[in-house]
Ligand binder design. Structure first.
Ligand SMILES: [Zn+2]
Ligand SMILES: [Zn+2]
Length: 142
């Protein structure tokens, strides 16, 4: 997972590291690991889905932070067959939307408020929300 830390992610970890109420380095380390887990759950990932050359289901790998990282891995692991990349959407962002905790980047349509990735992306512009119950016809950014 080759990730570039984002400003708000760094701030969340700094807040933990500067919190004087932790009893020990052990407690602090556990809190940092849990926080990083939550932070990474708010990102989208890429999976490499593999098929052996006889057509049978192969070895699947994830998560990769980008398509480039997945392709680089695939080119080093030349064990045959074919592979394709699959985008994995963040369950954390979806949950944050569902539970009313708005995550940045959600759709501004009042009846929608879903994550950008729930909207179709036929071209570079994002179109209608694909959640079946949602009436949104075009993604409205912040
Ligand atoms: Zn929607
Ligand atoms: Zn929408």
């Amino acid at each position: 997972m080759r990730i570039t830390p984002r400003k708000e992610e760094v701030a969340a970890i700094v807040a933990l590291l500067e919190d004087p109420t932790f009893e020990s380095a052990n407690h602090l380390a556990k809190a940092v690991i849990k926080e990083v887990g939550e932070i990474l759950q708010m990102r989208d990932w890429v999976a490499l889905v593999h098929t052996w050359s006889d057509g049978s289901r192969g070895l699947n790998f994830a998560p990769f932070a980008s398509e480039a990282e997945a392709k680089s891995f695939a080119s080093k692991m030349a064990f045959g067959g074919s592979g394709r990349l699959v985008k994995l959407n963040s369950p954390g962002v979806m949950l944050a939307n569902h539970d009313g905790k708005k995550w940045k980047g959600y759709c501004q349509d009042e009846q929608c408020t879903h994550a950008p990735f729930t909207h179709s992306a036929a071209s570079s512009a994002r179109g209608a929300c694909q959640i079946p119950t949602c009436p949104c016809s075009k993604f409205r950014p912040t």
